[in-house]
Design a binder for this molecule. Structure first.
Ligand SMILES: C[S@@+](CC[C@H](N)C(=O)[O-])C[C@H]1O[C@@H](n2cnc3c(N)ncnc32)[C@H](O)[C@@H]1O
Length: 332
């Protein structure tokens, strides 16, 4: 953590200049001129599974088809939460088989992009009474949260930040935030840090609560109680590079998601499932296996296509990469 008195520079204290990370992130990402409202969209700064390969949208289309079958219908809803510029929604619509009628919603805080498929309903809130698949890829990590740090005397305090990224310790964490930390992310001792996931639990519960029937899936880089990172994961991304987190609106601000806590915030009859993207995509038929060599001589063009798909599948399921993402699935 950068301290306010480092480097011998006198830094102003107090006033609205210092804010908790949740408030600072909210303004930097979604305030006037906020990072996610800019025209270039998230894809201008980082690659998600959606941009890595059309295989991802095809797999989600497969999940939508399976959900429709479970619901016993040929008319189904798709809700893409944190839709970016609607890339996944459009990709799924292009991949669903003829005969399945899909009502597609893109839930997003940014404005509707030009040229998006006319069938996509663009909205900034969850449609109610949906029957089908709600899918949120890399949404929850962008729901702003406060950061806590344990001081030398063992007190757990909010971390405050200025627009230039300088931090200091603020008031002790109390109330529901303290209860959340005690249950989900106990202090690792002086210097230990944690992101307080309560707003993400509430966001996920609201998303699942908007489903009348079907399946809700959140995909994100995450962790569970037994493996919390002792110093937290808050970081920045700008123009394709990981950078220090600075809440000035020029880059993404993100932290891994406590997905087990999100799961527990939903009171459903059917228990949630947590699995890796590697397993989830393999279950949906995405495999990194090479095509048979014999295909190269019988149909060289098909061989090259299959090889390229295998490479993309390998990226989506890679250890140490996208394959380690977690899929939180909740049936309603
Ligand atoms: C990392 S991007 C992911 C975009 C896309 N899902 C993908 O995987 O490429 C996160 C997106 O979530 C959106 N977002 C964050 N909070 C939101 C909210 N409460 N409602 C709707 N969209 C939200 C942001 O504006 C941003 O476009």
């Amino acid at each position: 953590m950068t301290n306010e008195v480092t480097g011998g520079t006198a830094r102003p204290r107090g006033g609205r200049e210092w804010r908790g990370w949740r408030e600072a992130t909210e303004e930097a990402l979604y305030g006037p001129g906020g990072f996610f409202l800019r025209p270039e969209g998230p894809a201008g700064h980082f690659r998600t599974s959606v941009h890595a390969s059309p295989l991802f949208a095809e797999a989600v289309a497969g999940l939508l088809v399976a959900t429709a079958e479970e619901l016993g219908t040929d008319e189904v809803d798709l809700v893409d939460v944190g839709a970016g510029r609607g890339e996944l929604t459009a990709g799924v619509l292009a991949a669903v088989p003829a005969g399945l009628r899909v009502r597609a919603y893109a839930v997003e805080r940014a404005a509707r992009p030009d040229g998006l498929h006319a069938r996509v309903r663009w909205t900034d809130r969850f449609p109610e009474g949906v029957r089908g698949l709600l899918f949120a890829n890399e949404w929850l990590d962008n729901v702003p949260v406060d950061v806590a740090e344990t001081a030398e005397d063992g007190t757990v305090r909010y971390v405050e930040v200025r627009a230039d990224g300088t931090e200091r310790l603020g008031a002790p964490v109390t109330g529901p935030d303290a209860e959340w930390l005690a249950r989900w992310w106990p202090s690792a001792g002086p210097g230990g840090r944690a992101e307080i996931g309560l707003p993400r639990d509430e966001a996920w519960a609201a998303a699942v609560g908007s489903l009348a029937a079907g399946l809700a899936v959140a995909v994100d880089y995450g962790h569970v109680r037994d493996s919390r990172p002792p110093f937290g994961t808050l970081t920045g991304f700008r123009a394709g590079r990981e950078v220090p987190p600075v809440p000035d609106g020029t880059g993404d601000l993100t932290s891994h998601v406590a997905l087990d806590a999100c799961a527990a915030a939903v009171h459903a009859r059917v228990p949630a499932e947590l699995t890796t993207q590697r397993e989830a995509l393999r279950g949906l038929g995405v495999s990194g296996g090479r095509p048979p060599l014999a295909l190269a001589s019988t149909d060289p063009a098909a061989y090259v296509r299959a090889l390229s798909r295998a490479g993309e599948a390998a990226e989506l399921t890679a250890r140490g990469g996208l394959g380690d993402f977690l899929w939180l699935s909740q049936r309603v």
